[in-house]
Ligand binder design. Structure first.
Ligand SMILES: *Cc1c(COP(=O)(O)O)cnc(C)c1O
Length: 371
């Protein structure tokens, strides 16, 4: 048996809706499913506007650019995240400023934000990691105190609640990804949600060539072609109908692993089940090896692979990215928590197709490797 780290689940109306696209010929960026999917996401996040794009990475890029920061503005973000976050900031001519993560939630450490604020700081980018979210209340308070914009990357927590409000409803603009391992997938895809009409219009312009208002095919500015197709939105809309089921399944998988792995807690750190402001949605089930496990994440992952268990390493810290080091960025900076979990952390099969047999198998192999 080999249990892959993820398999998407597409067992709802995906085929039916795709057929509608094919039969009606609406296959490009216009069509009924684009607006259905956008409306669905705007309802879910209690946002006025939702704008489909081609990926989560692009959603961040467009959102940051649409906020029109002055060149050289600083945006505070977590060291421990995907490159998409820092890349969106750099591509907008701004400067990523990093904070370490919290050892328990693996999310950005809110207590380190204020010390990083300068007269160039323009925004905070909050990124929810693996299933537990950023504590948005104090983060928003800091942003309000210093008059900073807030960008929320909610790619990993579609349908999650923070202080009982939907993830993706916080700050000025929020971004989602629908990559195949997210619990709503369109294969590749992304979404931007916000409440500000001008910001929404700017995002729509940037994703669609920046056509001049008075004349198609005339341009004052260079935009992009970042349109999601009606075919992808058809899949996305069918997936959204299943979101509640998907979340129940994710939480079931999470709970099972917690029970099966808790006897290993002298050797591994398990994800938090909840915090005071959110309940883990277990987008993925991450584990961090303690020093007495006698191996690092890479060694452990290799052993598990040989026993038929797929894993993925944790993110690699932004301050240790060769692409940024070569640009002279983050020189001399250290983020010990992030550095440690990047080396000792990985996630185990967490896809929506897992059944009890596979969950038990994975747990058994983890026990074999660690005992
Ligand atoms: C998946 C993900 C992205 C990137 O999304 P893509 O659709 O793969 O470009 C961005 N941010 C976070 C936190 C993610 O998990």
């Amino acid at each position: 048996m080999f249990v892959p780290v993820n398999e998407p689940l597409l067992n709802g109306n995906e085929k039916k809706y795709l057929n509608e696209c094919i039969e009606t010929g609406w296959v490009s960026a216009e069509g009924a499913f684009i607006s259905k999917f956008e409306d669905g996401m705007s309802k879910l996040t209690k946002r006025k506007y939702a704008i489909t794009v081609t990926s989560g990475t692009v959603a961040l890029e467009v959102a940051v650019r649409a906020l029109n920061f002055e060149k050289g503005s600083e945006i505070i973000m977590p060291d421990f995240t995907i490159i998409s976050c820092a890349q969106a900031i750099v591509r907008a001519g701004c400067v990523p400023v990093l904070v370490d993560c919290d050892p328990d939630t693996w999310n950005m450490n809110i207590n380190q934000i204020e010390a990083k604020i300068t007269n160039k700081t323009a925004a905070i980018m909050a990124v929810h990691i693996y299933g537990i979210t950023v504590d948005m209340k104090p983060l928003i308070e800091i942003a309000e105190k210093y008059n900073l914009k807030v960008i929320e990357d909610a790619a990993e927590v579609i349908g999650q609640k923070i202080y009982n409000e939907p993830a993706g409803s916080f700050g000025d603009v929020s971004c989602f990804s629908f990559y195949s391992n997210k619990h709503v997938t369109t294969g590749e895809g992304g979404m931007i949600v916000c409440n500000d009409e001008k910001l929404a219009q700017r995002c729509k312009d940037l994703k669609n060539y920046c056509f001049a208002p008075e004349r198609r095919f005339m341009h004052y500015e260079l935009g992009h072609s970042y349109m999601m197709s009606n075919l992808q939105a058809a899949v996305g809309f069918a997936q959204l109908e299943k979101l509640e089921e998907h979340i129940i399944k994710k939480r079931y998988i999470g709970k099972k692993y917690q029970e099966l792995l808790k006897d290993l807690s002298h050797k591994i750190i398990l994800p938090l089940e909840k915090t005071s402001y959110c309940k883990n949605i277990y987008w993925v089930f991450g584990i961090v090896l303690k020093d007495n496990a006698g191996m690092n994440a890479q060694e452990c992952a290799e052993k598990l692979r040989k026993l038929g268990v797929g894993t993925r390493p944790f993110f690699w810290p932004m301050h240790e990215q060769p692409v940024f080091i070569n640009e002279g960025m983050f020189k001399g900076e250290k983020y010990p928590i992030s550095e440690n979990i990047a080396r000792m952390g990985f996630y185990i099969p967490s896809g929506l197709t897992l059944d009890d047999e596979k969950i038990n198998y994975v747990s058994q192999k983890i026990h074999e490797v660690l005992n």
